[in-house]
Design a protein around this ligand. Structure first.
Ligand SMILES: NC(=O)c1ccc[n+]([C@@H]2O[C@H](COP(=O)([O-])OP(=O)(O)OC[C@H]3O[C@@H](n4cnc5c(N)ncnc54)[C@H](O)[C@@H]3O)[C@@H](O)[C@H]2O)c1
Length: 290
């Protein structure tokens, strides 16, 4: 792991009231593993880094936030579910420096304000994980209700763009940044009866590649990941038949665990990921195509 360099943007966390600092010994790089987290984590050094994780109130985002905190980063949790966000924030604040913003990510101006508020609270933003997403209805493409189509594309693609639009300039200005967007294997394969979701996730893959090329001459890495299905609350939006179909298409024969996704993200947002940008990292348990 590369050591800390002067002027690499890594700094002390801000000292604002919203930031809850761990009660554990200051300077400790890793929190004790909790009952919900694996205990055999590789050590990834994110100390001094300031991260935003969208959709962090539960599911994959929560697992990512937990893993980044365990790696020493300060983490701002962004989500629209106010009560759940408060609950998660209270839980995670024992692990490290945390901050939260209740934000509707499909509102570009609200996202810009959230970035401003977070940068002020944490002293900057080094890491962005665009994770929030919805599945939308499971129906044939020609029967897709138009308002649902727009909603899925708005959350799963447009909101990712709004996050990048608000935060990439900050990363360029400090010549340091790492972004990971959570796409899906559906964006590579085009899942049947999930056209809006698949199209939006394919859009995230292309968006990632475009922004990565625009920023590749700086110390900024922008990648996405394409997970197979993970058992989270998003399953409540999907028919059992579709869930069974997705499982049947995973060669590993099981759903990916949220901690396994978080492990991949943790390395991708680390300083050590200094070369790869504009890539879609497969985490499909053997299904990756194209
Ligand atoms: N679980 C899976 O099978 C799976 C597989 C591949 C990719 N993904 C992707 O992973 C990401 C996380 O999914 P998950 O399974 O953890 O889902 P989840 O439903 O468990 O959690 C999603 C979180 O995002 C938040 N959110 C949704 N829309 C939002 C909005 N407009 N503004 C603010 N917050 C919003 C929700 O409140 C929730 O906390 C999504 O992008 C999803 O498409 C999930």
């Amino acid at each position: 792991m590369a050591g800390r360099r002067a002027g690499d943007g890594r700094g002390a966390f801000g000292d604002r009231a919203q930031v809850v600092v761990a009660s554990q010994a200051a300077g400790s790089r890793r929190a004790s593993p909790t009952a919900e987290a694996p205990s055999d984590l590789n050590s990834i050094d994110l100390s001094g880094r300031r991260a935003v994780v969208t959709g962090a109130a539960e599911g994959i985002g929560l697992a990512i936030a937990r893993r980044l905190l365990a790696s020493g980063a300060a983490v701002s949790l962004w989500d629209r579910e106010a009560a759940l966000l408060e609950e998660t924030h209270a839980k995670l604040s024992a692990m490290g420096a945390t901050h939260r913003v209740c934000v509707e990510l499909t509102d570009a101006e609200a996202v810009a304000r959230a970035a401003e508020e977070t940068a002020e609270a944490l002293g900057g933003i080094d890491i962005l994980v665009n994770n929030a997403g919805i599945a939308g209805p499971t129906v044939p493409s020609w029967e897709y209700p138009l308002d649902e189509w727009r909603r899925v594309v708005d959350v799963d693609l447009n909101a990712v763009y709004y996050g990048c639009r608000a935060i990439v300039p900050r990363m360029l200005a400090q010549n340091y940044g790492r972004i990971v967007s959570v796409a899906s294997i559906a964006g590579k394969e085009g899942n049947p009866n999930a056209a809006a979701y698949s199209a939006a996730k394919a859009g995230v893959i292309a968006l990632t590649k475009s922004i990565a090329k625009e920023t590749a001459d700086r110390n900024v890495a922008i990648n996405c990941i394409t997970p197979a299905a993970a058992r989270t609350r998003i399953f409540e939006q999907i028919s059992q038949q579709q869930i069974d179909y997705m499982l049947s298409r995973i060669p590993r024969g099981r759903f990916v665990k949220v901690e396994e996704i978080a492990a991949m993200v943790a390395w991708l947002v680390s300083e050590e990921n200094s070369f790869t940008t504009g890539a879609a990292f497969d985490i499909s348990g053997g299904r990756a195509t194209y």
